[in-house]
Structures are given as C-alpha cells and as structure tokens.
Design a protein around this ligand. Structure first.
Ligand SMILES: NC(=O)c1ccc[n+]([C@@H]2O[C@H](COP(=O)([O-])OP(=O)(O)OC[C@H]3O[C@@H](n4cnc5c(N)ncnc54)[C@H](O)[C@@H]3O)[C@@H](O)[C@H]2O)c1
Length: 385
C-alpha cells in the first residue's frame, strides 16, 4: 500500500521514515519545497550515521530512501491507501488540506491527522466522509518512540479503527486506543507531573533542583519535572498545558502557571536557549544540598497521587483501557511504571488519603479525588488482580 505524508517538518519527515522502514512506498509532500530538501538531507545523514555504527545495513538504508518520493504537488497522493497529515497545528489549515485531499484520493483511502491538541472530530468535520478519518498520533522522534495513540472521532467507522490499529502495529509500534479528548492520554496525564511540581515550588516548599532530585530518587523518573520541562522547551510545554486546560473548560487541575509563563516571556525556554528553570552555564545549578526525608515524602506523595488520581479518573471515564493507560505513560513519556500499576502498589487507600488531605488543606477542586479511587479504596480492589 502506498502511504502519503503531508507536511515534511519534524513529524512528517519522521513518519515518512517509519512507513518506509516498514516497506511502504511513501509520498512526502510539503507546500514549502525547501522543507522537502531539508527532510531528505536529514534522513540521509541520520541513516548513514546508523550504517557507520553498524545499526543498519547499507542496503536497508538505501531501500528506506528509495521508497520515499518527495512530491511537489498534492495530486501525487491519488493512489495512496493512507494519508497522514502532519502540517502546522492550525485547524483551518488542516481542514483545508483534507477538503482538497478528499477530491484527489479514492473513497477507500484512510485519512489521518497527527495533531497533538486539536480535536479529531473538529478536523474530520471538514470531510465528506468522516467515517474514514482518524487520529494517528506519533511521538517525537517518530522513528525512535515506540508509542502511537490512535484516536477515533465520534464519526469514525469501526472498520477504520481496525485497519489503523493493524497497520500501525505492523510498523512495529505499540498502539493505544484513546477517546477523542484533550491531550488524548499521554499529554493529559503528564500535566500533573509539571503542574503540581510548579505549585510546590511556588509555595516555597522546595527549589527546582530539590523537587527534581526527589522525583528521580523516590520515584525512579529518569528526569525530574523541571529538567523535563527545560528539555521539552517551556514554550512547547506551556502551550500544551494551556490548550489542555482551555479545552477541558478550564479544569483547575490542568491550570497553567505564571512561573512558566514568565519564563516563556523572557525567552528562558530551557536547554535550547541555554536557560530555563536552570541556567545551563552554571555547573552547580542542579546541585542539591540536603533533603529532609519528611519533605521528600510529602513532595513525592503529592505529585504521584495527583498523577495516579488523574489516571484512575481517565480509566473511570473510559478514555483508554487499563493496559493502554499504563503502556501510554511507560512508552510515551518513559515513566518507570504504569500509573494504575503504581496505584495498586501504593494502595488506592493511601493515594485517596493523600488526595483527601490535599483537598481538605487547600479547599481547591484540583485536589478532588476520583470517585473510582474512593470506591476502590473502600472495596480494597486492585487494577491488576
Ligand atoms: N513536534 C512534536 O513534538 C510533535 C509531536 C506529535 C505531534 N505533533 C503534531 O504534528 C504536526 C506537525 O508538527 P511538526 O512539529 O512536525 O511541525 P513543523 O513546523 O516541524 O512542520 C510542519 C510542516 O508543515 C508544512 N505545511 C504547512 N502548511 C502546509 C500545507 N497546507 N500543506 C503542506 N504542508 C504544509 C510546513 O511547511 C512545515 O514543513 C502538528 O499537528 C503537531 O501538533 C508534533
């Protein structure tokens, strides 16, 4: 089957590489032809690096390049069986792309968007046949990240879901099926890791380095929340938080922070600008003096309980299955274990206790415990029997 990819930026180029590596003929299109040459150069460079390190044979590398054609017009998509759109994050631009594509491709062609923050239903609404439209959300870098979220809209046919899941699995990706809700599952559940850490800092309980240290030492996270926000880029991270919060009708647990907004306003974007929460010119910026064990427990329990509570709530609301929620966080953001498995290990009663204490202390809706967490704590049930 021929696969079309529209938009040859970071994600489009990566997705084209994945599809070609799986043996498909791929057509990669961008309205800006310089992006096509950049994508080709970057792909050549990356593949030859892998050949040099004996991670890929030169035949395999040649095959990946040869199977991708770099198209300069959308008409070239006419024989594709699937088209994945990865143009800029703008609803009207995406809708216009699909409006045109539907006039070019056959009715059997599946149409997919790689959007991170727009509703799949809203993009699909531009199509005459939204039943063949679906969200296929890769993570960056697409060729290295194992996880792909598959998001049917309310109009997607079950045959489309089935075909998309089978196909992406055949590309050696791990697929999770997620309801069309803001942030899907990974970007939704990850919000508390950042947001609660910033709240703790804003309350003066600990500095960035101490909070990062605690989450790595006690939780086994590869990076602490501030390191990770600096790595992702505070502009990107702030925008995702803002979008998720807004699209959830200003849900308090996803509320963005002024601390991060000010960093963005001052250009302290993180590693890419040399300074974010940390100053990367200062070797001692991440050093931690001494952490009192009670403080470490309080901070760790507060952040992990917020994460688990939201995972439990998402499971209760059937945003994704138990296994998919856990797979999403371990493969999409490298958490050391799934949040529902973590709930079992900590005990829902313990997590509920932390949430109830926070709720009583702050009188804020962001700390309300999930109704499922409460009933599981009362009935002493586990997610994994
Ligand atoms: N970057 C990430 O980490 C990431 C991760 C997952 C999903 N996404 C989503 O993937 C999509 C693309 O993101 P990106 O980071 O690759 O963006 P990018 O800015 O790197 O690339 C976007 C490309 O789309 C092209 N484009 C714009 N309008 C076009 C049109 N009408 N027709 C054809 N090409 C057009 C641009 O020339 C550009 O090359 C967005 O929806 C984004 O939300 C991004």
């Amino acid at each position: 089957m021929q696969v079309g990819v529209i938009g040859a930026g970071t994600m489009g180029a990566g997705i084209a590489r994945v599809a070609s590596s799986a043996g498909h003929q791929v057509i990669l299109f961008d309205k800006d032809t310089s992006m096509l040459s950049k994508a080709k150069q970057a792909l050549d460079k990356s593949l030859s690096g892998m050949v040099d390190k004996n991670k890929l044979s030169s035949e395999a590398a040649r095959g990946i390049i040869q199977r991708i054609s770099f198209a300069e017009k959308e008409d070239d998509f006419k024989n594709c069986g699937l088209i994945i759109e990865a143009v800029i994050e703008d609803l009207s631009i995406k809708q216009a792309v699909f409006g045109r594509l539907e006039q070019i491709v056959s009715q059997a062609c599946l149409l997919a968007s790689n959007t991170s923050s727009l509703s799949i239903t809203s993009v699909a609404s531009a199509c005459k046949h939204p039943e063949r439209f679906i969200g296929i959300h890769f993570f960056n870098p697409a060729h290295l990240m194992q996880l792909v979220e598959i998001i049917p809209s309310i109009a997607t046919a079950s045959s489309t879901v089935h075909q998309a899941v089978e196909l992406i699995r055949s590309w050696e990706k791990q697929v999770v099926l997620v309801k069309d809700t803001p942030g899907f599952i990974v970007n939704r559940l990850a919000r508390s890791f950042y947001g609660e850490a910033i709240r703790i800092y804003e309350e003066g309980l600990a500095d960035f380095a101490t909070i990062d240290y605690i989450m790595k030492e006690k939780g086994g996270f590869r990076m602490g929340p501030f390191e990770l926000m600096d790595f992702i880029g505070n502009d990107v991270n702030y925008k995702v938080t803002h979008t998720v919060w807004e699209q959830f009708f200003y849900e308090p647990k996803y509320k963005p922070s002024l601390t991060q907004k000010r960093l963005v306003e001052s250009g302290r974007l993180g590693r890419k600008s040399g300074r974010g929460y940390y100053d990367y010119a200062d070797e001692k910026a991440m050093s931690v003096l001494e952490v009192h064990s009670n403080l470490a427990d309080d901070i760790f329990n507060r952040i992990i309980s917020m994460l688990i509570n939201d995972a439990v709530e998402s499971y209760y609301l059937k945003i994704a299955s138990r296994d998919d929620i856990d797979l999403a966080m371990t493969k999409g953001v490298n958490y050391p274990k799934g949040l529902l498995k973590w709930a079992d290990e900590m005990g829902c009663d313990t997590v509920l206790n932390h949430m109830e204490n926070l709720y009583a202390q702050y009188c804020e809706d962001r700390y309300r415990p999930s109704v499922l967490l409460r009933s599981m704590a009362q009935n002493k049930t586990l997610f994994y029997q």
